[in-house]
Design a protein around this ligand. Structure first.
Ligand code: SF4
Ligand code: ZN
Length: 336
């Protein structure tokens, strides 16, 4: 039996890169220390912040909620609210909602359930149906990602949260990095840093405290803290997402060559540093003329999607017609 490198108790985790074994207690200490270090290194949170945590009820986001709640005990005047975005995916989301609700009620965490139906005007299931019927060229995860960001921003503004924390870990980040390399989307690659902030007041700062922790480590932290629900289903739209092929490839690479994921993360951080220095892919943010959310164009991607899905109201369609008459970029995006 492998023993903990620190105390000799049975190990629950071995870090292959440094060849260090951890028992339960030392693993939790290692995990929390690393997440706290990331928060400090990138100035993610300060006393007085109101942090909105995007929680799905799954292992990663429950781990983040649990960790930030522990941090709140040490940090004065830190306000925390959890938000679960219910996309409306039947047979999937209704299983993860009780996980958040039970936890939040047990530990007295403020929480909000914000549904696509209320904020977008339709469930993701309805959106996917309309999209296929109308032969729109988008996959379910494209709508899901854009609308989820939209809802998180809206909720943050509604409750005056000044930070949005998400549970993206190192695996998520390097997968997204490679996905965007495949599609040659450099403007997206340079936005994959641990923090996204802006001097513009309407842009809520976004942070990823698990940026340097792996998916395996996050899952183990959730397991050791009893945060994983037993009957977890996969989202039925997973099969449309390139992420899962890329995930398999990266995991194979890591198995053969331990440290590959961290190497990819470092190369991404180098690119981001170069971007910060030379500002090659600088985006200018405005507010969307239809919804007020941050956008690089005069109409945001969520509103463009909503327009194509017949989900705007008459007043918004009239406003959009007015915008497209003078803004060729928006007119083109609407037709594509
Ligand atoms: Fe949304 Fe796609 Fe994830 Fe399903 S797999 S929850 S559709 S991003
Ligand atoms: Zn908008």
């Amino acid at each position: 039996m492998v023993k903990c490198s620190y105390c000799g108790k049975p190990a629950v985790y071995i870090n292959k890169v440094g060849n260090i074994a951890y028992c339960r207690q030392h693993f939790i200490e290692y995990f929390e220390h690393k997440a706290r270090k990331t928060i400090r290194k990138y100035n993610m949170i300060k006393p007085g912040d109101h942090v909105l945590i995007g929680v799905s009820g799954g292992k990663d986001s429950m781990a983040l909620l649990h960790f930030l709640l522990k941090l709140k005990k040490k940090m004065q005047r830190l306000e925390i609210t959890a938000v679960l975005v219910d996309e409306g995916i039947s047979g999937y989301r209704e299983k993860t909602i009780p996980n958040l609700v039970n936890y939040a009620e047990k530990y007295g965490v403020k929480y909000i359930i914000a549904s696509f139906r209320d904020y977008i005007g339709a469930t993701l299931d309805d959106i996917v149906k309309t999209s296929f019927q109308n032969n729109l060229p988008y996959m379910p995860c494209s709508y899901c990602g854009v609308f989820r960001r939209y809802v998180l921003n809206k909720v943050a503004r509604e409750i005056n949260a000044n930070v949005i924390a998400t549970a993206h870990n190192m695996d998520d980040i390097v997968q997204t990095y490679l996905m965007n390399l495949v599609s040659n989307s450099w403007d997206r690659i340079v936005s994959l840093g641990p923090v996204r902030s802006s001097s513009e007041e309407y842009i809520v700062k976004r942070i990823k405290p698990f940026y340097e922790l792996s998916e395996k480590e996050t899952a183990l932290y959730a397991l050791l803290n009893n945060l994983i629900q037993p009957d977890f289903n996969q989202c039925p739209y997973v099969k449309y997402n390139i992420r899962f092929t890329i995930r398999k490839l990266i995991n194979e690479l890591e198995d053969k060559y331990p440290g590959s994921k961290y190497g990819l993360l470092r190369s991404l951080l180098n690119i981001i540093n170069m971007q910060n220095k030379f500002k090659i892919y600088e985006k200018k943010y405005k507010t969307c003329l239809l919804c007020g959310n941050p956008s690089s164009h005069s109409v945001c991607k969520a509103c463009l999607f909503r327009a194509k899905l017949n989900l705007l109201n008459t007043e918004q369609y009239n406003k959009l017609a007015e915008i497209t008459s003078s803004d060729t970029e928006v007119a083109r995006a609407l037709k594509s």
